[in-house]
Ligand binder design. Structure first.
Ligand SMILES: *Cc1c(COP(=O)(O)O)cnc(C)c1O
Length: 352
């Protein structure tokens, strides 16, 4: 028997939400946007010259970086783009979390963080959120090799005020603090302005949720020039041609179409507030959400059972059989029609 397996990098991978192939499904399980991308994205695709695919893409994604720089009022040299924010955050882990001290993140959070820590052999420690799923900044005032958390958090939807975030950044001048703002466009306040004040802050956002472009794989980070340069050095040491030319162009056009962006995000916020009312009427409780999902539990009926019953009715939501959250369902905000179908199904299930 050969023993090459001893030298293999073994990891337990991240489990993405299901992408069912059946038709007629109501898909509220991966926080995708129920609306199509901006019509300007369609226009780019219609006029795209396929001969361009013969060439390697622009390694700097200049059109996209310039659009983002204008939108967020920063210099192009303060922006890093990647193939979804998963790519961006993974590069940030590799670049900035390079210490023997543990990286810190909440116990209930995006379930990719511990996977990246494991694959890169980065030590980490989780800090328990309080009973209302809130961060206690004091937990992050110890020696550490870096800090990351989403704001609003996932899968709870809880938004933390910027003074709390700033307290954590300020207490950690020797570490990089990454704020994952995947859901910031649904009503929260971004901490991008804080990058002027703190050189240890990296803010990460994505086109997958608020811009309806999960399939195009576009994410970006904003920070000071030095941070971005370090990230690009690592990226260019692994794969310089990450983003394809069509994604670069479509991403830029989506950013320029602010009107569509505002309209669709406001529609989702409105439907979310309606969903909060409906879920409360059905006997659910949930932390107040500032994202495009609600993390709900029912006092009498087990979340796992509701999950299975919904699935039978072709409605997919997300359920984790994990400590602290095994009686919660994460329900993505769909269209108003989809949500009404969900509420009908829930009414039926709860009456049984
Ligand atoms: C969806 C999500 C991401 C990643 O999204 P991409 O599709 O890779 O851009 C990152 N962080 C959180 C908290 C998310 O929910």
């Amino acid at each position: 028997m050969s023993n090459w397996e001893n030298n293999v990098r073994k990891v337990v991978p991240y489990t993405p939400g299901e992408q069912p192939k059946d038709t007629g499904i109501i898909k509220l399980n991966t926080n995708e946007n129920p609306y199509p991308p901006s019509p300007r994205v369609r226009a780019v695709m219609d006029s795209f010259d396929d001969a361009k695919m013969r060439l390697y893409p622009d390694t700097n994604s200049t059109v996209l970086v310039d659009a983002l720089a204008e939108k967020y009022n920063v210099k192009p040299s303060q922006i890093f783009v990647g193939v979804g924010s998963d790519d961006v955050i993974s590069m940030a882990f590799l670049t900035f979390f390079n210490s023997d001290k543990p990286v810190l993140f909440p116990d209930v959070t995006y379930s990719f963080y511990d996977v990246w820590a494991d694959v890169y052999r980065i030590p980490y420690e989780t800090k328990a959120l309080d009973d209302d799923f809130r961060i206690n900044p004091d937990d992050y005032k110890c020696e550490n090799g870096g800090i990351i958390f989403p704001n609003p958090n996932a899968p709870t939807g809880v938004f933390e005020n910027l003074c709390k975030i700033e307290e954590i950044i300020e207490a950690n001048p020797a570490s990089i603090v990454i704020v994952d703002e995947a859901y910031i466009d649904f009503g929260g306040t971004s901490c991008i302005p804080l990058i002027e004040k703190y050189d240890n802050l990296l803010v990460v956002q994505t086109f997958s949720k608020s811009r309806s472009m999960a399939g195009m794989r576009i994410g970006f980070a904003i920070g000071n020039e030095k941070l971005i340069k370090f990230m690009n050095d690592v990226k260019f040491s692994i794969n310089s041609y990450t983003m394809n030319p069509l994604s670069q162009l479509c991403g830029a056009e989506a950013v320029y179409d602010d009107e569509y962006f505002v309209k669709t995000t406001n529609d989702i916020i409105e439907t979310r507030e309606y969903a909060k009312k409906k879920l409360t009427e059905l006997g659910f409780t949930f932390p107040d959400s500032m994202s495009n999902f609600i993390f709900a539990s029912h006092a009498e009926v087990d979340a796992g059972a509701i999950f299975e019953e919904l699935k039978k009715r072709k409605i997919f939501v997300r359920y984790w059989n994990k400590p602290r959250i095994n009686n919660h369902l994460r329900i993505t905000i769909g269209t108003k029609e989809e949500m009404n179908r969900l509420f009908e199904a829930l009414t039926e299930i709860l009456e049984k």
